[in-house]
Design a protein around this ligand. Sequence first.
Ligand code: NAD
Length: 270
Amino acid sequence: MGRTKIGIVGCAGRMGLTLARQVTATEGCELCGGTEVAGSEQIGRDLGELAGLGSSGIIVGDDPAALFAAADAVLDFTAPAASATHAALAAENETAHVIGTTGFEPLHQAAIEAATTRAVVVQAANMSLGVNLLLALTRQVAAALDPEFDIEIVEMHHRHKVDAPSGTALALGRAAALGRGADHDEVAARGRDGITGERERGDIGYAVLRGGNVVGEHSVVFAADDERIALSHIAGNRAIFARGAVAAALWAQGQPPGLYGMADVLGLGN
Ligand code: NAD
């Protein structure tokens, strides 16, 4: 069997460059191209050189349609509107689409789901093995504890992150709500400021820190009177997300069209 041809949209971003290094380092894969947003000054530059890999002959382009047509799988860590547009190209070309972008509005999510009738789409707010285990554990612990335990989610990311709470924090909140049999959107307390009144029983609270070059830290705290359980994950390097994304691209080959998550790729069950 030939090597899987992998393209990267948003290839000059923080994750884009990490993905370029990961694809290049993974056996069975071939980096077949990369695009950036129209007007980016990285267009026309050698992607290998940008990623610190030396000259690769792969030039950063601005034509995602050509990339989706040429690739077996496209890795997409860009922006919500961009990923929604890319999803239509994935459907048109029946190309696997691995979406790591976060911060989607319902409109974008609907566009992505529409593409899944024709393309294999793997979407996850966090592609690391550790966080996907944390999601499963959070659901399990929330199901085991009675509602005496207040659930709070704390996350910290680098100063450049544009969405809050992080997609991973929200996924953890949804896992906790699922474990408890609650409707997440009804119990989520996403911002507290001023005279907020007492904490509502059953709320799932969020606290967000931003600063420095922190790759991503998440804790789920279960707090009752006199005892507290905390489940935490600390990401030390973006390579953990890139490893998951490349594994998803390889796993997607030969799967029937549909929307999948990292639990499917990692064989973690639901
Ligand atoms: P970044 O700003 O460094 O990179 C995004 C890149 O996408 C930029 O280079 C930008 O120019 C490019 N881009 C934007 N619109 C585009 C378009 N239409 N076509 C092509 N390129 C386009 O950001 P980042 O830190 O790399 O994060 C990107 C996204 O990935 C964010 O939503 C972030 O939350 C998410 N993320 C997810 C995971 C995960 O495991 N799922 C991990 C890290 C980051």
